[in-house]
Design a binder for this molecule. Sequence first.
Ligand code: IVH
Length: 691
Amino acid sequence: MPELESFPPAETLAEPEAAEELARLAREIARHDVAYHTHDAPEIADAEYDALRRRNAAIEARFPGLIRVDSPSSRVGGAAESGFAKIRHRAPMLSLDNAFDAADFADFCAKAKRFLGRIEPLTFVAEPKIDGLSISLTYEHGHFVRGATRGDGTEGEDVTANLRTVKSVPGTLTGDAPAFIEIRGEVFMTKADFLALNQAQAGAGAKVFANPRNAAAGSLRQLDVKVTAARPLSLFAYAQGESSEPVAATHWDYLQRLKAWGFDVNPLSRRLDSEAGVESFQTEIGLARSGLGYDIDGVVYKIDDLALQHRLGFVGRAPRWAIAWKFPAEQATTVLREIRIQVGRTGALTPVAELEPVNVGGVLVSRATLHNEDEIARKDIRAGDTVIVQRAGDVIPQIVSVLADRRPERSAPYVFPSACPACGSHAVRPPGEVVKRCTGGLICPAQRVERLVHFVSRPAFDIDGLGDKTIQEFFREGWLHSPADVFRLPEREAEIAMREGWGKLSARNLSAAIALRRTIPLERFIYALGIRRIGSTNARLLARHYGNFSEWRARMLDATQLGSDERLALGSIAGIGPTIAEELTDFFGEARNVAALDELAAGLNITDASRSESADSPIAGKTVVFTGTLQTLSRPEAKARAETLGAKVTDSVSKKTDIVVVGADAGSKARKAAELGVQTMTEAEWIELLG
Ligand code: IVH
């Protein structure tokens, strides 16, 4: 593994680098998980592994929009998370293969029969597939001693203390029980409990959960047991792990024993004498689904005879004796009232469909994602359309298609806005990208809070005592709307001191922390502005190139002229390139950004950058003019290079000019240089001078 230190710190990554880095970390961590769990042959020390995970978490915390579907931090079946002790399951916790229609199920049956060399019908136990998280409970001499999450199937997290707070986990089994037994089941939250919890969470300004399954998982995996105890969790028991003695001959009998010991077994579970009954059971549960108090996503069919189960065994991670027949994604028809545009942290404009509320599989849906401009055009989705909405698993509802024959007469194709709905700044979509973004930057209210958080963060202004919560609070108060407002907070010191959670001392400390940052190096200042793609590295490049704030500001404004030399020069700075140049010119092209920038800079002392590369260059501090046509360098390239080496490049020759570089067909400027006695050199001499 490459040393972690050789990668740039998480705080300095710009968004595209962060996305790449998250992809790399996902691959790397997955590889180590396999080495550790599957092959029992770790390639790196635990501490190094933990460092990879922490780096992943730190980048995800900065760019929540980039969190991957296969993120190591949220992977089901991933290695146990730190924070909980690890527990190795005695018998592995397996997953199930899926069937999606009757043909898949018939195929599963045929394979099992072929394997067993049997033609008689099979008896099945059918159980609703609960959408929660699976856990393993260990009982010794009838007492609950350990409970663990599934983890990667081999090893999970020790959540014993948390499980003790769940009412349907018996502390002691009733009646006869083996000396040792692992019992498996699903922890879940009912739909009603989920809604009530989210309401309470929202009221308290705390995190709301996307669905009952996330709420159940989040509630169980709490390091503070008191939090779990306050959450309404339930359990259905449905499988066995290892046991010191056989407890039943059939799965059905096993379920009866579970009940006798004191577990809840799903009341809709049924024994089916042959596979002939499966299809109608599937339909029956499918119809009952939306009326159930908890989420299910299919039906699990298990061969009842445990001796047959034993003979059939497993392929990979799934048994040959059971299958999950999943329900199709839930759909409903409704009317799309309007298309609204949401503005994200980085200014991304995301279209959202506002729908006539409709019940989709028991959940009231009133909004659906439309992804982006192209998606709307591809499906030709318009306001007033009747659409098919789909909810698949925990995915945000989507629009599947439009019912064209129900389209109102005077409907027009949707036109994606070219201005930000939150601030009116123009929105741009770079070629090759699908996302349109607001260029409002500092002045867009939708982006402000997040940008303020970035502004005061450690690698930017690094203001102690101004955390995310405080920023939100002060934003709501109207005290903190633009970066310049940060430096006005000391004027409110008395008011701040009186707020809940504050006092004279902490308010004074905040004022002092702010005062301390009135002097700031140029590179931090540039980084703090939160311009897209300008992370610490690029901010440093810019600062070193332009040297001081007023120079940088002036050149950026010049560069907003499309096709100008300054624009090309900006894109020629080593490490910057045309894409980043465009982000900068977009930012400076918005007059209100420049106004906010000036307001901010007026109250600060922005210190010049050290031009490290230029310090010992032969042209440091010299004023240079290029004239005529250069052969090996483009004019903007020559300019950028000269500036990087500490020279100042101007257009006209005067007494202050130190060097005039004369290209082919040079005219009046070369003559003027000769008149004034200014040093001239050819392009070749110039290149030689620079080495
Ligand atoms: S049996 C070897 N029964 O589905 C079979 N699983 O896709 C072990 N699940 O990880 C599982 N309800 O979290 C079984 N009645 C049920 C289930 C059930 C939900 C979940 C469980 C498992 C996943 C497999």
